[in-house]
Design a protein around this ligand. Structure first.
Ligand code: ADP
Ligand code: MG
Length: 702
């Protein structure tokens, strides 16, 4: 049971003043926590950390305030000048002065009553905001803060700036975070005292306080002890929870899966190609694990296009030979269907009975599949999260494959474990994960790597092109289509009220319609599942040649004869994502190309990203570069560009803490495996605070 001390932090986010359902939805977008299907809680706000600060301590006086500078001015209000009646285009002006000069405070679409109350004539007030000089006259348009001089202490000297999302005002967010902070109870220390001292770490509560109410701009830097303390806490929580899961998984002994090779051999015979050397090696490692009585926990890591699926299929064949059932889980509907489409013909050839189960299978079809899973007449099932649902039971699930693991958490891993007879687990990921991250995300899993691409693959030619040359590009694409080639055309997701005018997938589809007509399809996240499938199918079968898509196709989609990918606004994507997208082509024997269409002017980081991509196709190199560039540049989306799977820890700043946290976790659990001691109880709180509720549940009651 969760200690009631934490209840206020676990209350829904809507329990905070000023946060209704609508604001809650907006706030959810800036939360670094991966909410899965739970609602946001007040405590989630604690880890929305500022990405920068505004220093409001600069008080140069009106005459000394430079153009564009953020300044705080103490002024006396002289007079209000509302716009003439009926003319809303003229701003409301408030004139004020200090010893050095006069300034106009300017408001568009102003509420007169509010301004009169905030700045009564004759009063001294503090205004803080950006200075503007126009024709030698100073003004401040919509000051960020207006406070009466008598209430000067309500103006933050150093103000944290949080990630934003359209429609959410900074004030509302700040206020919500402030309330969450007040709900942090006094907590017992869970870190070792000597260790704390050595690292000059503040307490958990003080660290949060310093990040959210900084006194100096340096307080909020990731290198600073406040952030490092929280990063360490998060690493420790994650290493503890991984260790607990592992201990639990090991407690359930597996059983040897031995086969006679009859199904595996038939599957192999049905393949139109032979396996690469590294596919053979990986398969051998997996089959060897399966033969062991211990449970397998293995990561199959391979760059995009390296051919992980077939390795998984052959291993599933072995599980069936051994008299069990196997499940393959994909993170999206599209991927599940694609896996099903590629695997079904091969599986049938080998006499396997296979089925698909996603949120879309309904009614009789669904209940039949469920019945056949339960009575064992299905050998292999392919699906999405739907496979974790209560109603799904297996006769004898002995082997589970999880594709694109980074989308699934420990929670799902436990859920699938619970479905089976201590199933062996194979986790596949196309994201090239640097070594440090494997440790954080997977703990001590065994790793197999696919280090080579299937033979005959041609390198992908990657070019960058400014958006101004779009017409030229379209002409070339037209020729390519006439030549029988298939093209992905990727558009970024567009937030509704984004300032920059971007082409959404739908806009691009409309604008290219006159060029490509019926040869063009569209797929984006807001379409219904069946429509998406249909668009994918038409493209795969060659009924369409151009597929306009958002990043829904990022992960794993396989259309081997697609040879061109155009990525529009490539400067807005992260490196890893660009690499994933590019990996959609270059999967067949024909030469492929990738066109990175960018909007000038390019920032330094964006320039670097695009050139890294031009220079190499090596996913591991790219992942390393990505980590280096992160933090400097912004990634697409409103979330903080933190390290995947973490809310506050950032591997590029905090990697040195990771190994210590792992060792710490081991030591703690070797002395106190069920976290019963005083420190153990405090560590339970830590686990809850970082959302590791599942891990706590694994502990024996006490
Ligand atoms: P990923 O590792 O990205 O999931 P896939 O499993 O989707 O890659 O495989 C990519 C493509 O390569 C598929 O079209 C698959 O049929 C093909 N493929 C897999 N292994 C080989 C091989 N040994 N030789 C030729 N093609 C292969
Ligand atoms: Mg794949």
């Amino acid at each position: 049971m969760r200690p009631s001390l934490l209840d206020p932090l676990f209350a829904p986010i809507t329990s905070l003043a000023g946060v209704g359902p609508k604001v809650a939805t907006l706030i959810e977008r800036v939360l670094p926590a991966d909410l899965g299907d739970r609602d946001a809680r007040a405590g989630d706000l604690l880890f929305v950390l500022p990405h920068s600060v505004i220093d409001r301590r600069n008080r140069p006086g009106i005459a000394g305030a430079a153009e564009g500078a953020i300044v705080t001015l103490e002024v006396r209000i002289d007079r209000h000048q509302p716009p003439p009646r009926g003319n809303r285009s003229v701003p409301y002006r408030v004139y004020a002065h200090d010893d050095t000069g006069e300034i106009a405070l300017t408001f568009f679409h102003a509420h007169a009553a509010y301004l009169e109350k905030a700045m009564p004539e004759g009063e001294h007030v503090l205004v803080s905001g950006r200075m503007e000089w126009f024709n030698g006259r100073p003004s401040m348009v919509h000051p960020d803060h207006i406070v009466l001089a008598s209430e000067a202490d309500t103006l933050p000297p150093v103000e944290p700036v949080y990630p934003m999302t359209a429609g959410l005002s900074a004030k509302v967010l700040r206020r919500a975070i402030g309330q969450a902070l007040e709900r942090v109870p006094p907590l017992p220390e869970w870190l070792d005292t000597a260790f704390l001292r050595r690292n000059t770490f503040p307490t958990f509560g003080d660290a949060l306080g310093r990040l959210h109410n900084p006194e100096n701009p340096t307080d909020t830097m990731p290198e600073n002890s406040a952030w490092r303390r929280l990063a360490y806490d998060e690493f420790l929580a994650s290493q503890l929870s991984l260790a607990l899961v592992r201990a639990r998984v090991r407690r359930l002994a597996g059983r040897p899966l031995v086969g006679d090779d009859r199904i595996v051999a038939r599957l192999r015979a049905a393949l139109p190609y032979s396996l690469t050397g590294s596919q053979e090696t990986a398969l051998a490692e997996i089959l060897a694990d399966l033969t062991e009585p211990d449970r397998m926990l293995r990561l199959l890591q391979g760059d995009v296009g390296s051919g992980k699926t077939v390795v998984a299929l052959l291993a599933m064949g072995r599980a069936v030979e051994a008299g069990g059932q196997a499940a393959l889980m994909a993170p999206t509907e599209i991927l599940a269907r694609q896996h099903f489409a590629t695997i079904a013909p091969l599986a049938e050839h080998a006499g396997l009975r296979i089925a698909i189960l996603t949120g879309r299978e309904k009614g009789r079809e669904r209940s039949e599949t469920l019945a056949r899973l339960a009575d064992g007449t299905i050998d292999i099932v392919i699906g999405t999260h739907a496979l974790f649902q209560e109603a799904v039971t297996f006769k004898r699930l002995v082997f589970a494959v999880v594709d694109e693991q980074h989308r699934f958490g420990v929670h799902q891993r436990l859920a699938i474990t619970a479905k089976g007879d201590a199933p062996d687990m194979l986790v596949m990921t196309a994201t090239p994960i640097p070594r440090t991250l494997v440790l954080t995300a997977f703990g001590d899993m065994d790793v197999s790597k696919l280090t080579e691409k299937p033979a005959g693959r041609q390198p992908i030619r990657t070019v960058t092109l400014p958006l101004e040359r779009l017409d030229e590009l379209i002409r070339r694409m037209k020729d390519a289509v006439a030549d029988g080639q298939k093209i992905y055309w990727i558009c970024p997701l567009v937030e509704e009220s984004e300032e920059v005018k971007l082409m959404s997938a739908e806009d691009r589809f409309a604008s290219l319609k006159p060029v490509f007509g019926q040869r063009m399809g569209l797929v984006h996240g807001r379409m219904k599942g069946a429509e998406k499938d249909e668009a994918m199918r038409a493209f795969k079968d060659g009924e369409t040649s151009v597929l306009i898509a958002t990043t829904v196709i990022e992960v794993g989609v396989d259309v081997p004869d697609a040879t061109i990918i155009v990525i529009e606004h490539a400067e807005r994507f992260g490196l890893a994502q660009l690499h994933q997208l590019r990996g959609r082509v270059g999967r067949g024997s024909k030469p492929s190309s990738c066109v990175l269409l960018y909007k000038d002017p390019l920032g330094e980081t964006a320039k670097r990203r695009l050139s890294v991509l031009r220079e190499t196709e090596d996913g591991f190199l790219i992942a390393e570069e990505d980590l280096k560039l992160r933090g400097e540049g912004e990634l697409l989306g409103t979330r903080q560009s933190g390290t995947p799977g973490f809310q506050v820890a950032r591997i590029e700043f905090h990697a040195d803490l990771l190994e210590t946290a792992r060792d710490d976790a081991r030591l703690i659990l070797s002395r106190d495996p069920d976290l019963q001691s005083e420190r153990g109880q405090a560590l339970r709180l830590l686990l809850y605070l970082f959302g590791k509720d599942d891990a706590v549940r694994l502990l024996r009651a006490g």
